[in-house]
Write a protein that binds this ligand. Structure first.
Ligand SMILES: [Zn+2]
Length: 318
């Protein structure tokens, strides 16, 4: 793995460790699971049925797979109250990582903006969970009028000081003066329990040709399917809904949204190679671009939508 990617994994490990440390106060030490007072059972967030297979537990939480639609989700899940409490006491490590690893995120952000600009018209953009505003800086440079929502006060202040219009409250509490040509959620939608509710709310904030852009972990990713609970996609608490190609399409359809573009990014080939070599998947030394035993390479992997993250562009179904 090249130095930059490995450094990034080390940085991500800091974030991971900080998040897992925050799980501790919710865990019953006698069984290692979350205490009953913080959790509730729920139906499938995509098709609403209650039949599922329990896959594995991770850091106190259980991931299940819906028998009907194959959605992967946490069940039982934290109550809204417990989740709010958890995030209020969370840390701004993510902002530090994004701020300190410019080129990696810039490439992802630019690729996303390319998809958005092909699908719709350039104008006003709202970034939900904008953190310190790194993506908004880039959008502003590409002549978008930028707004953001950020709940973490430190990150909200950082983004506001950069000249973006930023709100420090939940989307449902905001009265926006105008509609948006694009609404983006970078690594945010998987944290939202009520995906359907939020997609519908965002749809109502769009201009007629406006688009919603999501970057989310891909539960169909080859790395996730090989590593299973060893994969960082599964954290047991924050990533409540893990969509794949079919389940994000189904959810979009339920909201009468059309998938205008769907791609995967971040092949994680190095991670898979490390794992198959009995090495630490994230801290081993394999190259992130070299073929997996000559079976599959970076291009092939993304062509088959097996990359670690999905980039999805949704527009109103006409
Ligand atoms: Zn389902």
């Amino acid at each position: 793995m090249n130095q930059t990617v490995k450094e990034l994994h080390k940085e991500r490990m800091k974030l991971w460790n900080a998040s897992i440390a925050n799980h501790a106060k919710y865990i019953d030490t006698t069984n290692g699971l979350f205490k009953d007072e913080f959790i509730e059972y729920r139906p499938c967030p995509v098709c609403n049925t209650n039949d599922y297979l329990t896959l594995f537990s991770k850091e106190g939480g259980f991931y299940v797979k819906c028998f009907k639609c194959s959605m992967i989700y946490i069940n039982p899940v934290f109550t809204d109250e417990a989740l709010n409490d958890y995030y209020e006491n969370n840390h701004p490590v993510q902002a530090q990582i994004v701020e300190s690893s410019d080129s990696f995120y810039d490439n992802l952000y630019n690729k996303g903006l390319d998809s958005i600009e092909i699908a719709g018209s350039k104008g006003t953009i709202l970034d939900v969970g904008c953190s310190s505003g790194v993506f908004l800086d880039l959008a502003k440079n590409r002549n978008w009028q930028t707004s953001g929502i950020e709940l973490n006060v430190q990150e909200f202040n950082m983004a506001r000081q950069k000249g973006h219009k930023v709100y420090n409250t939940l989307m449902e509490n905001i009265n926006f003066d105008s509609k948006f040509d694009a609404i983006t959620l970078w690594d945010v939608f998987e944290h939202i329990k009520g995906g359907e509710f939020y997609l519908n709310m965002m749809k109502n904030l769009l201009t007629p040709s406006g688009v919603i852009f999501l970057q989310i972990p891909n539960s169909d990713a080859l790395a996730a399917r090989i590593l299973k609970e060893k994969c960082n996609m599964f954290d047991g608490l924050e990533h409540v809904n893990l969509y794949g190609v079919n389940t994000i399409r189904q959810l979009a359809e339920r909201c009468r949204l059309k998938v205008q573009d769907i791609q995967t990014v971040i092949p994680e080939i190095g991670v898979i190679n490390n794992y198959l070599d009995y090495d630490d998947p994230y801290l081993g030394n394999a190259d992130n671009k070299t073929d997996i035993y000559n079976l599959i390479d970076e291009t092939m992997l993304n062509d088959q939508l097996l990359g670690y993250k999905l980039q999805v562009t949704l527009g109103e179904a006409k």
